[in-house]
Design a protein. Sequence first.
Length: 330
Amino acid sequence: MTVHRVVALVLAPQSTFELACAAEVFGMSRPGLPARYTFGVCAERPGAVPTLAGYDMAVSQGPAALEDADTVVVPGWQRRELPAVPAVIDALQRAHRRGARIVAICSGAFLLARAGLLDHRRATTHWRMAADLAAWYPEVQVEPDTLYIDLGDVATSAGTAAGIDLCLHLVRTDHGAAYAEQVARHMVMPPHREGGQVQYAAAPTPGRPARTLGPVLDWALTRLHEPLTVDDLAARAGVSARTLARHFTGQLGVGPGRWLLQQRVAAARALLEQTDLPVEAIAARVGLSSAANLRRRFHTLVRTTPAAYRRSFGHVRPSSPAELVAEPEA
C-alpha cells in the first residue's frame, strides 16, 4: 500500500497542541499497526519557529516541502489579522491545484480562507473565532457549532481536541473504520465523534441539572441488533421522547434517531471490513432489517455502497464465489 505523505505548515507563534493533534495521528509509529502515513513539518522559512508554549522549534524545511505532500495540515494561524506571506499562500494554492488535501485545524481556517480555498464553501473554526471568520471572509459559509467539515479536497475543524476528531476522521476515510479505531485505541481515545456534533454542550437551564447521556448511549450500543426506537431510548433514560431529543440535540448536535442510525452504519462498516458476512446478515446484526435498507442508509451517510466499501477496506476474502457477485448500486 502506498504511504500517504502528510506535511504540517507551522506559523509563528505555533500552537503546540494543534500541531501535536496531527503529529500524534499521522506521525507516530505504533507497535503491531502498519504505517500508512509519513509526517513532516515545514515553515514559511527554515529555522527557529516560536511557539505559544514559550520555546522555539527547529524546522529545517520551507514551503517547498508542500510540493510532494498528499495532505497539507495548517495547525492554526495565530496572527490571522496580519497579511499572509505570499510564498505561503502560493504554496497552498499550488498544492491544492495539483490535488493535495488541505486541512485546517482551528484558526488555520483563516489561512485557507485567505488563500481562496473556502470561497462559497462550508467551513468551521473555534466557536470563539467563527464570527470573525464570517465577517472577514463573507464568501465563506461558516458553521460555528460544527466539530469539523470534510469537503474531500479541503477540511476544517474547531479548536483544540476537535483537531484530533478531524484527523481520525481522515484516517477513517483513507483506511477504514477498523484501522482508525486501532489508532484511536493506541491514543486512548473514545469512539469517534461525528463532524456534525456541536463544539460544546449547551448550558443547562438554571436550577435544572444537565442529564448525562452516557448510560443510555452505552445501553443502546449493546443492542443495535434490536429494533430500538426513540421511545425505547427515552424509556431507558426515564424521560419523554421530546425531552430526550432536546438532550441529544444540545449535547451531541443530532437527534436520537439520527444518532442511532449513525451507530448502526458505523457497526456495519466494521463488519464489512472484518468479516465476509453477506450484506443481508450484516443488516440484521446492526438492526437495519434488510439489505436494501442497509444499502440506502449506508449510501446516505458514507456516500458509497456496502460492496464498494468492502472492496476498498475489507480484510477478509469472500469464502464463496457467490459472494463475489456485485451488489446493486444505491
